[in-house]
Design a binder for this molecule. Structure first.
Ligand SMILES: N[C@@H](CCC(=O)N[C@@H](CS)C(=O)NCC(=O)O)C(=O)O
Length: 212
């Protein structure tokens, strides 16, 4: 087996984090190749590694798989025993809907609160659009926790791809000291206690580059 995940800076690259958490969920061994995204040679390195010039990209024996959502689906299909999606059909459909909504939505949250794992937590004034994104995410999380809370602390009980996709949101809520209702706050805490996410955060703190 040969899997190599090409990622960006752990501090800033939220899409890379999602793919890395998906790989951790799969339990498969893999190598990691990191490209610093904000250097003079970044573009050339990205173009050499990725068909889109973006990360993440997963290099497999079969060829490259790019884009976090496609990587997630590839891993779920390749490692079915790992249960990356919830087992029950409607729960799986819900988890896919949450990931798709994250992947295509929440533009205001993503642009106003970029992921920065080294940021000293401090609030910023949130736009109405960002507040609406946060309210929508809070509602999604609350609904999942109410439906599946009996099975564990993650969105669908045990950790799944949905948690991989929302971990960067939890990081942003912490970094920008955003106050959220109690169920969402508890879920943010759950994600910050997830060993795979903690390992990524620790590695981010060791990165020396700073994006201006
Ligand atoms: N839709 C893509 C987004 C990938 C993306 O925008 N990656 C950023 C890093 S988080 C990137 O490669 N930026 C470098 C660039 O655009 O030059 C995914 O889900 O993987």
């Amino acid at each position: 087996m040969s899997l190599t995940l090409v990622i960006g800076n752990k501090t800033y690259s939220s899409w890379s984090l999602r793919a890395a958490l998906a790989l951790e969920l799969s339990g498969a061994p893999y190598e990691e190749r990191r490209i610093s995204l904000y250097r003079a040679d970044s573009r050339a390195l990205l173009q050499a590694q990725s068909p889109t010039g973006k990360v993440p990209v997963l290099h497999t024996e079969e060829g490259p798989v790019w884009d976090s959502l496609a990587i997630a689906e590839y891993l779920a299909e390749r490692f079915p025993q790992a249960g990356l999606w919830p087992r029950e059909r409607y729960a799986r459909a819900l988890a896919r809907s949450l990931c798709a909504e994250m992947h295509s939505g929440f533009a205001s949250l993503r642009s106003q609160l970029p992921m920065d794992l080294k940021r000293r937590p401090a609030p910023v004034e949130l736009s109405p659009e960002t507040l609406a994104d946060i309210a929508r995410i809070g509602a999604l999380w609350t609904d999942c926790r109410q439906r599946f809370g009996a099975d564990g602390d993650f969105l669908f009980g045990r950790p799944s791809l949905a948690d991989a996709f929302y971990a960067p949101v939890a990081a942003r809520l912490r970094s920008y000291a955003v106050e959220v209702p109690v169920v969402a706050a508890a879920y943010v805490e759950t994600l910050h206690r997830w060993p795979a996410f903690q390992r990524w955060c620790r590695a981010a703190l060791e990165e020396t580059e700073t994006h201006p």
